[in-house]
Design a protein. Structure first.
Length: 313
């Protein structure tokens, strides 16, 4: 079970997808929003945000590519695992939903299930939500193992580093390029409550840096802030102009918390943040590809699946 958030597969799907996001109590943590009140809130916010979101999706092809990309990741994983294994795409906020993927797996006769998080760093807003849905859907019907995080897994780090090295080759002098790791932000209140997300992002970044040249310039920032509460800092949207003021002229943005290209990489990083960087005076701005169907990444997941499956025995 390849677990991820999912994304709208058409412009018509944008608003109902947003409704699902704002219905998720793990993602939107407002304690008094329950029952009818949460459903009303989710529909109201989605209706207000949908026109802008549809415009963004229209600028990247009219849909999120996360569905086809996750299917491709699944095929790679099946190739690495060999006979006797089958992968299923299982999304929290859009089709195919986690519960539907579990039903299909059981109908196919699967005797064991392994939930594989496509969030390398554990976060209560996303990882916990996905595994809550998975456990509820399985409900003890078949043995269930979990791969819920792998921020320091050597093969995962090798695969992520390979995307950075590939992108650095676009520059004439890679050693002079500032590598900016941009992770999805979360509210600071989540971290204060003990969520390990920020710590695990730092571990991943350090693991990649150990695989890059020793003096490679770098920094870490956070993107995709929503709402008025305080989020992790620095925000990428502010950090890029700050780098320009420091004299940085060449930047490579690395989507460190994303394993698939989607709206945050294809629009926010490649269009919105590019414009901000260029306006601030950064002369060369590039974005590394997400892992997508990288063979090294599939190999890492295959090993983690086997290890999780062995724990069921």
């Amino acid at each position: 079970m390849l677990l991820n958030l999912g994304g709208p597969d058409s412009l018509e799907a944008v608003e109902p997808y947003l409704v699902n996001l704002f219905l998720d109590p793990f993602l939107i943590r407002i304690p008094f929003l329950r029952g009818f009140l949460r459903r009303w809130f989710a529909r109201w916010v989605a209706r207000r945000r949908a026109p802008h979101a549809r415009q963004l999706y229209s600028e990247i092809g009219g849909r999120s590519p996360i569905g086809p990309l996750t299917e491709s990741q699944g095929r790679r994983l099946e190739e690495e695992l060999g006979p006797g294994y089958k992968s299923y795409v299982a999304f929290s906020a859009w089709r195919p939903y986690i519960k539907d993927a579990v039903e299909q797996a059981r109908a196919d006769g699967c005797q064991k299930l392994v939930g594989v998080s496509l969030y390398p760093q554990w976060c209560s807003a996303t990882t916990e939500s996905a595994f809550h849905d998975l456990r509820k859907s399985v409900n003890g019907a078949v043995p269930l193992a979990e791969v819920d995080r792998y921020p320091e897994d050597p093969q995962y780090l090798d695969s992520l580093t390979s995307t950075v090295r590939e992108a650095l080759r676009r520059f004439e002098k890679p050693e002079q390029v500032h590598v900016l790791f941009s992770a999805h932000g979360v509210p600071q209140s989540l971290i204060r409550r003990g969520d390990p997300y920020q710590s695990e992002i730092n571990k991943t970044v350090q693991g990649v840096l150990q695989r890059l040249p020793k003096d490679q310039p770098w920094s870490l920032s956070y993107q995709s802030k929503v709402g008025p509460v305080k989020w992790l800092e620095p925000a990428t949207i502010d950090h890029l102009p700050a780098l320009a003021k420091q004299g940085v002229k060449q930047v490579l943005v690395v989507p460190v918390a994303f394993v698939s290209d989607h709206i945050e990489t294809l629009h926010e990083q490649r269009i919105l943040l590019r414009g901000i960087a260029q306006k601030a005076g950064i002369e060369r701005y590039e974005v590394a590809n997400a892992l997508n169907d990288c063979r090294l990444f599939a190999r890492a997941l295959a090993r983690l699946v086997r290890e999780a499956e062995a724990r069921l025995s």
